[in-house]
Design a protein around this ligand. Structure first.
Ligand SMILES: Cc1cc2nc3c(=O)[nH]c(=O)nc-3n(C[C@H](O)[C@H](O)[C@H](O)COP(=O)(O)OP(=O)(O)OC[C@H]3O[C@@H](n4cnc5c(N)ncnc54)[C@H](O)[C@@H]3O)c2cc1C
Length: 386
């Protein structure tokens, strides 16, 4: 796919609005390539990226199938081992886990759903191994007696999202990225602006106004205590009474349990109903959970888009979008940063990123009463020519 953006000298200035996993990954890659990069964010690393579970899971997320979302995820997953290794050698280890995923079913109806997932995955040419309840408990003894069937899915990875953010911040600083603790109401002045404000991106450009919305997700962080069975060694995705939850292990006997999904605007309160939903389902898969220490209950806002694809590409000359990653921003960070760097250089972006181009978004009138995008058009400081 051709970028359609004029090549930019690496002496160009780049302003990144938003210091989540996407903004920081783009900033790091751009600064490492010689661009002069400033990240604008009142609290870098505090958005959805701080809340996420860190699954890098295009395979087990692929049902129901969204082929273009899957293709993006698979392409980014392939880049993850090198991305993690480069970050580690730039200063801090993002703690990539390569143990794969177990999808487990509890009730007969869930079993049928697991069969459908197995069928779909094998049609996609993905290696999966069916395990009985007894077999799966042999590899993961903390799984409870109600788990009656499982699929072992190698290949899906996970990363500690907070270690990742620390690693990205360190790598950015090492590459010379400047940080401004500033909430932007309009786009800052630079040769190129990269708009990466997650769920808040809609307010910063008219093309994104109808396209990007917040999708609330609650998540719990737990720690196993002495005398309790340790958490599984790999990610477990449980189908419980038709609902899906996941358990993602962390170092030190810790576990991330997620996640709810609600369309309730910019609301980041954790509700008793959300916590109950998460615990009830997960405890059936992992009974020892009831004795774990509950360390944190937190909610974040996924940047949703109408077709679940991110928005990566030119919004107008000098303004690039890198947003709308919805449930997959951690997974898609390496590929997004690669595509954005290609755009900065005026090079072709990986073909798989084509469907994420902003051109697909219809630009209509604003949905909410927020008019900040209109002020943006008129009051934005003129940026220098490329
Ligand atoms: C519960 C939950 C679980 C998830 N699990 C996974 C998972 O397992 N795997 C996965 O791949 N993805 C997961 N996600 C999705 C993933 O977290 C997001 O897609 C990703 O974090 C989006 O990154 P971002 O950088 O675009 O946005 P964010 O991380 O939200 O960062 C946006 C940043 O922009 C800043 N900002 C906002 N407005 C402005 C402004 N006007 N000016 C300056 N700065 C601004 C904010 O302070 C913030 O730091 C999960 C999300 C949630 C909520």
């Amino acid at each position: 796919m051709s970028s359609g953006v004029s090549p930019r000298g690496s002496s160009s200035t780049v302003a990144v609005v938003g210091g989540g996993v996407i903004g920081l990954s783009c900033a790091w890659r751009a600064a490492s390539a010689g661009f002069t990069v400033t990240v604008y964010d009142p609290a870098p690393g505090s958005g959805a990226s701080h809340v996420a579970a860190g699954m890098l899971a295009p395979v087990t997320e692929a049902v129901p199938v969204e082929p273009e979302v899957f293709a993006l995820g698979a392409a980014s997953l392939r880049r993850w081992p090198d991305f993690a290794a480069e970050l580690a050698s730039a200063g801090a280890d993002p703690r990539l886990r390569t143990g794969g995923t177990l999808a487990v079913a509890l009730d007969p109806g869930d079993r049928a759903e697991l069969d459908r997932i197995a069928e779909q995955l094998s049609r996609m040419g993905r290696a999966v191994e069916a395990l009985s309840g007894r077999q799966v408990r042999r590899v993961e003894p903390s799984l409870g007696p109600q788990v009656c069937q499982a699929l072992s899915v190698p290949g899906d990875l996970s990363v500690d999202n907070r270690a990742l953010l620390n690693a990205l911040l360190a790598a950015c600083r090492g590459a010379g990225v400047q940080f401004r603790a500033q909430h932007c109401r309009q786009l800052p002045s630079a040769d190129v602006v990269i708009l990466a404000a997650g769920a808040h991106s809609a307010a910063l450009h008219p093309t994104l106004h109808r396209a990007i919305r917040p999708v609330k997700g609650e998540i719990l962080r737990l720690r196993c205590r002495p005398g309790t069975l340790p958490p599984p060694s790999r990610t477990v995705r449980a189908i419980v009474g038709g609902r899906r939850s996941y358990l993602v292990p962390r170092d030190g006997g810790r576990l991330v349990l997620g996640a709810t999904q609600r369309e309730v605007g910019f609301d980041t309160d954790v509700t008793p109903g959300g916590v109950r939903e998460l615990l009830t389902d997960a405890e059936r898969a992992l009974p020892a959970l009831a004795e774990y220490a509950l360390e944190e209950a937190v909610a974040g806002l996924r940047p949703g888009s109408p077709d679940n694809l991110p928005v990566i590409g030119e919004l107008e000359p000098g303004v690039l979008a890198a947003t709308g990653h919805h449930r997959h921003g951690i997974l898609l960070a390496p590929l997004t940063a690669e595509a954005v760097l290609a755009l900065l250089r005026g090079e072709a972006v990986p073909g798989v990123v084509g469907p994420a181009a902003p051109a697909r978004l219809a630009c209509g009138p604003p949905v909410s009463g927020d008019t900040s995008d209109h002020s943006y058009r008129h009051s934005r400081v003129a940026r220098s020519a490329p």
